[in-house]
Write a protein that binds this ligand. Structure first.
Ligand code: ARG
Length: 459
């Protein structure tokens, strides 16, 4: 049975019904619709719009329905109902008859769907925080395992300066910590209850909306009914966070794909998380990380889609808003799944330590150290930069590393250089110099790990 129809003399065309119905995707709102309905029935009792016996009957039937949906979340899909709200009401009517028809007193699907969606988003927000924390834990374990393993660091994808793999992993810890803080922040903003806004103008029922909001676990009731039924900022917030979070995972994935490539060879994946080629027997492909990178596009697309859907809508509810769900659900599930896959994959990833250490020294990545040495001899940095550049050119032309140039040859370019310059050119030297907060030096990385562990324990 449809929730409307009294003023119609013809039934909906099948074509229209199929186009209009949303049950096939909004059925996932069932537990939240039932939760909101139980609270609403209680509010109706307090407003003396239903009797205590009726409220108990409704509550009992709703509890049974909740149980049925827990056992089989796809149960609603067996019906022809228009949407999840129609399904819940229809099921209640089947179970308890006329009393069920009183449940919709003073409410609308407009305030109901906005409430259901917020309840779902609140739950997802907590789950996403937990998944991010687990991923941070996995990154920390990687960082500790490879706390001192040298790795070439890049800018412009040109070898720049040696770093340690632990420092690389801790950069992503920073990003995920920001994502957690964004989720917490959005969680506070979405914690406002629209139920009791009616269709758009507020409800005629004498409802204590603050009590209703608290009953549903919200911080407070929304303060404008037009905004209450039409606000989807909380969905945009989550889509934006999912997009940022996925962008972080995508950049991490890109780094891993590169470090696992034949050209770099600094990282290796276990067989458990890589796949082969149907044609080229030698291949071992980083599919897992490519999928993390690839799924990012989908999530970013859902953010754009909802912005564009909402941008021209007049107040208050418009059916366009039914389009908020599929992309949002897909984005949140994808983000959650990708975080879980990263957590799963990190222990399967290793650093080829000897090879990576050798690679870290190539490409004149100790040139900055040489320039700094000259500065210590009293040469202004700009001149030191130029002189070091000339020495790099000299070494390049001879096909050797800076530390392989002999002192006499170097002194021709820069007479201030002494024999102790070779200490400065050693791979460990530059690393140990970078001890200031946030650097790749051993004590700085150790401190970063300690800070992140403290943060995780407090989370
Ligand atoms: N299925 C609808 C949605 O998701 C529920 C709200 C319907 N409201 C209405 N006035 N037709 O947006």
């Amino acid at each position: 049975m449809s929730l409307w129809g009294g003023r119609f003399s013809q039934a909906s065309a099948d074509e229209f019904k199929q186009f209009n119905d949303s049950l096939r995707f909004d059925y996932v709102l069932a537990p939240f619709d039932i939760q909101a309905s139980r609270a609403w029935a209680e509010a109706l009792l307090s407003a003396e719009l239903i009797s205590s016996a009726e409220q108990q009957q409704l509550d009992q039937a709703l509890a049974e329905l909740a149980q049925a949906v827990t056992v089989d979340p796809q149960l609603p899909l067996l019906s022809q109902a228009e949407d999840i709200h129609s399904w819940v009401e229809g099921e209640l009517i089947k179970r308890i008859g006329d009393t069920a028809k009183k449940l919709h007193t003073g409410r609308s699907r407009n305030d109901l769907v906005a409430t259901d969606l917020r309840l779902l988003c609140k739950q997802f927000t907590q789950q996403l925080i937990r998944e991010n924390l687990a991923a941070v834990q996995a990154l920390l374990e990687f960082a500790k395992r490879y706390q001192t393993s040298l790795l070439p660091g890049y800018t412009h994808l040109q070898r720049a300066q040696p770093i340690v793999a632990g420092h690389w992993a801790m950069a992503y810890v920073q990003m995920l910590q920001r994502d957690v803080s964004r989720l917490r922040d959005a969680g506070k903003r979405m914690d406002v209850c629209p139920l009791g806004s009616g269709a758009l103008a507020g409800t005629t029922a004498a409802i204590d909306r603050q009590a209703l909001a608290h009953e549903l676990g919200f911080r407070q009731a929304c303060e404008n009914s037009l905004d209450g039924v039409s606000d989807r900022d909380f969905a945009l917030d989550l889509l934006h966070i999912a997009s940022t979070g996925m962008m972080h995972l995508s950049r991490l994935a890109e780094d891993v794909i590169f470090y696992c490539s034949g050209e770099s060879g600094c990282f290796a994946m276990s067989d458990r998380i890589s796949s082969g080629s149907s044609l080229m027997p030698q291949k071992k492909n980083p599919d897992l990380f490519e999928l993390l990178r690839g799924k990012t596009g989908r999530v970013l697309g859902h953010l754009q889609a909802l912005f564009i859907t909402l941008k021209g809508l007049p107040l208050a509810y418009n059916k366009d808003m039914q389009e908020d769900k599929e992309g949002l659900f897909d984005a949140l599930q994808t983000y959650q799944h990708c975080l879980a896959m990263l957590t799963f994959a990190l222990p399967e990833l290793s650093v080829n330590q000897d090879h990576a250490a050798q690679q870290a020294l190539l490409g004149y990545s100790n040139a900055t150290e040489l320039a700094d040495y000259m500065v210590a001899q009293g040469i202004p940095f700009r001149d030191a930069h130029h002189l070091t550049g000339s020495l790099v050119l000299l070494a390049q032309q001879a096909g050797v590393a800076l530390e392989q140039l002999d002192l006499a040859a170097m002194q021709q370019v820069c007479p201030q250089l002494q024999a102790d310059v070779y200490q400065v050119l050693d791979s460990q030297y530059g690393l140990h110099k970078r001890q200031a907060l946030g650097g790749t030096g051993p004590s700085a990385v150790k401190l970063a790990i300690k800070h992140a562990e403290d943060w995780l324990h407090a989370a």
